[in-house]
Design a protein around this ligand. Sequence first.
Ligand code: ADP
Ligand code: GLC
Length: 479
Amino acid sequence: MNIVQVSAELAPWSKTGGLGDVCGALPRALVERGHRVVAVAPRYKAYEGAWDTGVRARIHLFGHTHEVGYHHLRRDGVEVLFVDHPSFRRPGIYGDDRGVYGDNLFRFALLARAALEAPLRVPLDGAPLGEDVVFHCNDWHTGLLPAFLEGTYRSAGRYARAPAVLAIHNAGHHGTFDAHEFAGLDLSTRWWPACDMAGRLNCLKAGVVLAAKLVTVSPTYARQLCIDHGHGLEGLFAHRAHDLWGILNGIGEEWNPATDKHLEHRFTVDDLSGKAAQKAALQRELGLPVRPEVPIFGVVARLDHQKGIDLLMGAAPWLLRQEVQLVVLGSGGAEYEDFVRRLGREAPHRARGVVGFSEPLAHRIEAGADVFLMPSRFEPCGLNQLYSMRYGTVPIVHATGGLADTVQTWDPARGEGTGWAFREFNVDALVQAIGFALRTWWDHPDAWRRIQQNGMRREFGWGRAAELYEALYRAAGGS
Ligand code: ADP
Ligand code: GLC
């Protein structure tokens, strides 16, 4: 199949969270299965190795004609196309210190239209891809693509057989805008009902209504979208439940403790001595006492309401009275950032908080910590708990979405389980789970080792997911 993946983020070039990781990794796995994949994302800046194809598309939006260019590179068999336009060349992806960019509807409508133009005009290996493609959209940023596919192209006789599927990585963000902005999209008013939610233009909703198939990143979240986690779209998701698949994310090879380039010491399930050395290195890096016997609790997250940072704040005073160390890396909400900044001041021998975004430090925390905390309010899939398990770092998670699907609570009687998943979303439940972990750490080191091994031996590659995506594209009508 010819697959055109379109996304606002594409790791390693652009990323604020898991969306970037997934859009960077899935195309590779699809290529390995013999498909041709073009990954389309904005050109936020100049990327090494990407060259200007010289192809230009002229796109009419918001009363003007805009010219976009396409920069190309090939990596691991994936054709990557960066859409070039001045509105993308900014320091942030969605916004900056002053808030979200005011023209995001325009920017991401432009991305969708540019992606729809690409198979028609950008030559790859000599000829353009052509019209027999599957469009794989991701989140609200590309939610309008199915509307343009129908309203701008199919109605003009193009892309007769090309389906669009929409992957939902986070239904908490809809991309809503004032209704009058619809006029700027150059779509017939026929398409307004699909876009309209409570009188506002809603990009996610448009995608959910118009995409041939929907997919989200775990089976549990797929169910939750229809019941209580659809952020107002529950009824619509339930209506389309037969078209809504749940496919668990995998993790990429850059998250492998045996080869991780960000680590000073590497390790495998059969020899964890490198993990102990990396733990000491992390303690030194952050200026914490180098104490192998004390468990390090790690957190790496966007500091967002979604991530349950409020539970962490509630549990922190108790946690920091225990014999533990706590390391938090994240950026986001001001109140949460204050909490992270205060940690080191309030518990200088026990805690460090780093506000910012650092890929290398994220790897070193995953590797050097003993426990990983992820008390998310909701979590479509979650990647950090998967990284943790692969790195022998035992996850404690709220049993929701993909966390419930991937972390199995330790059962000492059977020797099964990879961590602790607590059911109720409250501080007591988190504290209780941490209590189980601490007792196991101090009193049952053999059990601890077993939990680590269970996690490290789990299969989290992209192969299975790629197989299921392939089936999804076929079910959508792709050939
Ligand atoms: P989400 O996509 O909701 O943020 P995931 O667990 O799916 O959650 O993915 C988060 C990704 O973003 C992981 O790769 C994680 O390491 C990374 N990440 C989040 N915050 C930071 C940060 N402050 N510094 C470095 N990496 C981060
Ligand atoms: C989203 C979700 C996260 C998921 C990621 C990749 O940002 O919040 O749970 O793992 O996308 O699919």
